[in-house]
Design a protein around this ligand. Structure first.
Ligand SMILES: [Fe+2]
Length: 131
């Protein structure tokens, strides 16, 4: 769960980065979409971290720990709108793989991850359609 939590925390900030810095046609809609995504990620990061606590462990909690453990890469604010969207699609596709790797037979864990997977799959579709 440590790497998954780190990847999701990194993506939260990456969506904020692109929410702040994206420019170009369709700006208003994309700006709002990216906000919806980081709001969803903020909630999911919290749920994953609390699941770790419920298992009696302490979750990674600092930027330093997240950066050291994340497999995904931070955003570059100077990319074009389409480059940003394409990169976020790739990140979400990788995240889907990481989410599926965490399935462990525990009902609570699988229920949480299944909900995140369904949301991420829909967001990938929405981003693809916007290109
Ligand atoms: Fe904002």
């Amino acid at each position: 769960m440590e790497k998954l939590l780190s990847d999701m925390a990194l993506l939260y900030q990456k969506f904020r980065n692109y929410h702040w810095n994206v420019t170009g046609p369709g700006f208003m809609q994309l700006h709002k979409f990216l906000e919806d995504e980081y709001d969803a990620l903020a909630e999911e990061v919290d749920e994953v971290a609390e699941l770790v606590r419920m298992k009696g462990e302490k979750p990674l909690s600092t930027y330093k720990e997240f950066l050291a453990n994340a497999r995904l890469k931070e955003g570059d604010k100077d990319k074009s709108k389409d480059e940003m969207v394409q990169e976020l699609i790739k990140d979400y596709e990788q995240l889907l793989g990481y989410l599926k790797q965490e399935f462990n037979g525990d009902v609570k864990t699988e229920d949480l991850l299944t909900g995140i997977i369904a949301r991420v799959e829909k967001s990938i579709w929405l981003m693809r359609a916007s290109l």
